[in-house]
Design a protein around this ligand. Structure first.
Ligand code: PLP
Length: 466
């Protein structure tokens, strides 16, 4: 591509993005294609001769766009959000043009030092201890895997990597039954095994919090059985119903039992820049050894961007650092963030956080999230007051669940599918007490209060409620 063409198509791509965002609200939120529809339109082999950019871009609209689910849509209420604030998209254009591979300090000193600064800005904004450090990863799954590997190595005196795991006993990790599936997978691939991930039931008086007495009993029983307790994973904002553990109580157990404590706050962590939510949900967070949250969810940083805070990075470095000669930096004391994580190669993810926080300012980001919480809670109250609707879990920040009163699981799933096939809003299902329920979360940066009204009407129609 010539520099002139590069400029021309960069401008056209940017203009395409602006137009896309402007017309988003008129598109069905969830893609309306059937499995195989897109593949059937694609040639079986790569072309031998190059194609024109006009033809390629035309196919983006004709083939690709109908097969895209619009995560930036104002009425995306499914899963959790994956906001890409326009300013973070602009940062990604620049990042993409530089295309630096930021594995070591010397492979892009600015990426490393901006990362140190951004982790510090976020740490302070969230009220975490100023002595903590951290690293940017691709996903919460990777950060949690790093933490589980660290638990494993710490509990085996840092011999697991070298000797393998035979004869190390049953390493045991504890979490609540509300924990995310990424924790199961971390235990699978770390060699801990599903059977050694001990899922503790929720507190008898609250489905949202781990039963810390049961947690303590499980650890004691495991020690008596000759097992090797290695760590605890707590949650702030579980995916199903927003479960959040009492970190003071869990932290006290971790301390008394000398267990490594990791916190999964992938979604709700973003809201902890609001002091009122942190005051309610985060007392005791300073007792954690590791905390993950995804700026790529509710905070607006273009996917992917996951921050792992660490009280002290030594244990994780002792677990993951490897330094062959070809990766050494001789003669300088520097931070090489690839030693803190599993992949070697690293994108320049700090740039979009810098753009995002500078352009919006923390107060604007807080207010965006506060609006989502208010709109979601208002909608929950309207639904509660509507005959024929049953609230199945209470709002935790901007997440709650509901169903048609008395509906069977099949009827609830049918209602979810009917809503999403229509495409005006997008919702997903979960299980509450073993029964199907419909989740609602507000979190799109493009959302307005009127979008909650649209959601109310669509939901009432689909549930046959008044
Ligand atoms: C989204 C989410 C995850 C997984 O995050 P990835 O970045 O996609 O790996 C883990 N835990 C919770 C609570 C989440 O909401």
């Amino acid at each position: 591509m010539t520099p002139e063409e590069f400029e021309d198509w960069s401008r056209k791509a940017a203009a395409w993005g602006v137009e896309y965002r402007a017309k988003l609200g008129d598109l069905p939120v969830r893609a309306q294609v059937k499995p195989g529809d897109i593949l059937a339109q694609l040639p079986k082999a790569a072309p031998e001769q190059g194609d024109s950019m006009e033809a390629i871009m035309a196919d983006v609209d004709a083939i690709i766009l109908p097969g895209v689910t619009h995560w930036q849509h104002p009425r995306f209420f499914a899963y959790f959000p994956a906001n890409a604030a326009p300013v973070s998209v602009v940062a990604e254009y620049i990042c993409s043009a530089m295309a630096a591979q930021c594995m070591l300090w010397q492979t892009s000193p600015a990426a490393t030092e901006l990362e140190t600064a951004m982790v510090g800005w976020l740490r302070d904004a969230m009220g975490l201890p100023t002595t903590w450090s951290g690293v940017i990863q691709d996903s919460a799954s990777s950060a949690t895997l790093s933490a589980v590997l660290t638990m494993r190595e710490r509990a085996t005196g840092y011999t697991g990597n070298r000797e393998g795991l035979h004869a190390k006993g049953h390493l045991r990790i504890y979490c609540s039954e509300q924990a995310h599936s990424s924790i199961d997978r971390a235990c699978w691939v770390a060699g801990v095994g599903q059977n050694n991930l001990v899922k503790i039931p929720s507190h008898p008086e609250s489905p949202y919090q781990i039963d810390t007495d049961a947690l303590h009993r499980a650890i004691t029983a495991d020690r008596a059985a000759g097992h090797v307790p290695a760590g605890i994973i707590a949650i702030t904002g579980g995916t199903s119903i927003g479960a959040w553990d009492d970190l003071q109580a869990v932290g006290a157990i971790a301390k008394a039992e000398d267990l490594y404590l990791h916190l999964d706050a992938a979604w709700a962590g973003a809201a902890m820049i609001c002091p009122e939510y942190a005051a309610e949900m985060w007392p005791g967070v300073e007792q954690c050894d590791s905390v993950v949250f995804n700026p790529h969810k509710w905070m607006g940083a273009q996917f992917d961007c996951s921050v792992q805070f660490l009280k002290d990075p030594t244990a994780q470095l002792n677990t993951l650092k490897i330094e062959p000669e070809y990766l050494k930096t001789h003669g300088q004391e520097v931070t090489n963030y690839s030693e803190w994580t599993i992949p070697l190669g690293r994108r320049f993810r700090a740039l979009k956080l810098w753009f995002l926080m500078r352009y919006h300012g923390l107060e604007d980001l807080r207010n965006i999230m506060r609006n989502h919480v208010r709109w979601s809670q208002d909608l929950c109250e309207r639904l509660r007051a509507t005959p024929g609707v049953e609230i199945t879990s209470e709002p935790i920040l901007s997440l709650f669940s509901f169903k048609a009163a008395g509906a069977s699981d099949a009827e609830t799933i049918a209602a979810v599918n009917a809503i999403n096939d229509k495409g005006v809003i997008y919702l997903t299902q979960t299980l509450v007490d073993g029964r199907s329920a419909i989740r609602f979360q507000a979190g799109s940066f493009a959302m307005h209060e009127s979008d909650a009204d649209v959601a109310y009407n669509e939901i009432c129609q689909a549930l046959g409620a008044a």
